[in-house]
Write a protein that binds this ligand. Sequence first.
Ligand SMILES: [Fe+2]
Length: 145
Amino acid sequence: MYWQWDPSLSVGIGVIDNQHQRIVEYINELADAMERKDRTAVGHILDGMIDYTLTHFAFEESLMERAGYPIVTEHKLVHQSFAKRMTDYKKRFNEGGDITRALFSDLQMWLTNHIKRDDKDYTLSVRKVLEEKSWISKTLSKFFG
Ligand SMILES: [Fe+2]
């Protein structure tokens, strides 16, 4: 296993922690496929990971908007720049580049910092929304099916 989830990454909201854990899983699957030098698998996992992460961002943004989180615009910009970096990696990969090392250190460092700083910051604001169980389940199924 490349990256082990640890409790310091918890934002104290189960539904968000689960999604972050899934992203960590993707990174481990990616590391595995890269070690096996299975380029086809790497491409598939990369696509899946980007897709899942964008969906997770959209869910987080809905939650922050519903809660009236004051700096949702700034948080969205951070998501956008990360999304752009990931698509750049995918582009480099498609062009035959070796993105392994850069991608891993970037992903791990970025996610750790983002979760610990930016995501933890919205937790107090969104607490009230979390009590709206029907809104949460409706929004979860809207994004994750
Ligand atoms: Fe975020």
